[in-house]
Design a protein around this ligand. Sequence first.
Ligand code: SAM
Length: 292
Amino acid sequence: MFGSKICPCPFRRAELLELPPLREVIARHGLSASKALGQNFLFDEQLLARIAAIPGDLAGKAVLEVGPGPGGLTRALLRAGARVTAIEMDRRCLPALAELADAFPGQLRIIEGDALKLDHYAVMGEPFAVLSNLPYNVGTALFVRWLSGPKGHENDWPPQWTSLTLMFQQEVAQRIAATPGNSAYGRLAVLAQWRSTAKLALKVHRSAFTPPPKVMSAIVHVEPSSMPEGVSAPMLERVTEAAFGQRRKMLRQSLKGLPGALAALDRLKIDPQRRAETLDVAEFVAVARELS
Ligand code: SAM
């Protein structure tokens, strides 16, 4: 099915493998993009290779890819030497993915299913990097889940994932990497930054997708850092929810309903007349620590 160049030089076989163009794969398997499944495919193999390179060297590493579709990013990950587990809910894509599994023996495991319903930690069973170009609503839901840690184990950190490299609508990517004082700064930024580093890794023009979405996209790269001591993750979530729930209000108003919060501000010498968007991540962490 796939041709491979025979070459005596000591390069990895996968790097030499000639795969059919993605457009041909799509046409051969009749994979017209489904709007309901949020399908916007990437065909530019140079761009896909750049995305696969964002987390660094993936050779031999376990990677979880959610939503491989026809396998554009998947082939870039396989060429980088990753051991990929790919979860896809559109069964029309499975034959195209099976061809990739044949071309990279032992490197690709395909799971048909809804990534929102699967326990990724049980599926992977070892530390893993996550790379994904997902529909935006699914991407945000999974992102929040990964950052919050497994249910009932929110304070176990670092998590089993070693990095998250995810495509988002540019506006959401900006909210994730935002800093205080910026109108994009809010709960998502604090969640992404209090025990991880989050950066905008790559902007992707809408014309790179087929069909092109209405808005621009960007890739966010997140790596876990150390967990601040003495803070409970659910408590930090309660503080940011209250503070940003009324982001235009002063803290003395927005945190009024959270027992002990105003006294905590006083002890920390944080002016209760400030608004949530002026507090940096360390200040939110300090308030949550006082209340934990
Ligand atoms: N990775 C491919 C690419 O970059 O060209 C496809 C990206 S497309 C934006 C998103 C993919 O996610 C589609 O193949 C879609 O079927 C799949 N998908 C959507 N929701 C999903 C879910 N809940 N679980 C698993 N896959 C999902």
